[in-house]
Design a protein around this ligand. Structure first.
Ligand SMILES: [Zn+2]
Length: 170
């Protein structure tokens, strides 16, 4: 049997919805298990990928603020955009569960969003970034609120203090 190196290709992307998925567990040097989470913002094949400005803005914010999260921050390996621009990969150590990721995303959302100006986008400068002119405020706010609605019901969002994702549609 042919061995698949990139296990994302094992998933039928025609039937995948937006959501949060555990995609793979990689055993690094047979010693460290790293979990790869699929933060799928947009359903594949729906022909509505994120814009480049949204991808870049979310990458900056999540890569930074998830690492500062009180519960999962120390277990984060990386946060990277998917080249197809339908979502992001979050890699964590083995102690992080799906619900931990979901709750951490709500905490970051509450802390950071909605964005008001480029001052809210950490690291967006010529020293720390390869393309600081590539960002978006309004459509990133819309994309993040949209993803939060995918992950949380109205009641859950209200309890977590992010009920605005249902109250205001950007
Ligand atoms: Zn950048």
């Amino acid at each position: 049997m042919k061995e698949h190196v990139v296990s994302s290709f094992d998933v039928d992307h025609r039937t995948l919805d937006a959501g949060l998925y555990l995609r793979s567990v990689y055993n690094i040097n047979d010693e460290y298990a790293v979990r790869s989470w699929d933060l799928r913002f947009r359903a594949p094949m729906s022909h509505s990928p994120l814009g480049s400005g949204e991808v870049h803005t979310i990458e900056h914010l999540m890569a930074y603020y998830l690492r500062l999260d009180e519960h999962i921050g120390k277990s984060i390996v990386s946060f990277c955009p998917m080249g197809c621009k339908t979502g992001f990969y979050l890699s964590t150590m083995q102690d992080v569960e799906a619900e931990d990721v979901r709750q951490a995303l709500a905490r970051v959302y509450k802390q950071v969003f909605p964005l008001r100006s480029t001052d809210d986008i950490v690291g967006l400068n010529e020293i720390q970034c390869g393309n600081p002119g590539l960002y978006s405020i309004d459509s990133t706010n819309a994309a993040m609120a949209d993803y939060m609605r995918t992950l949380f019901t109205v009641d859950e969002a209200a309890q977590l203090g992010i009920g605005s994702v249902y109250e205001k549609w950007w």
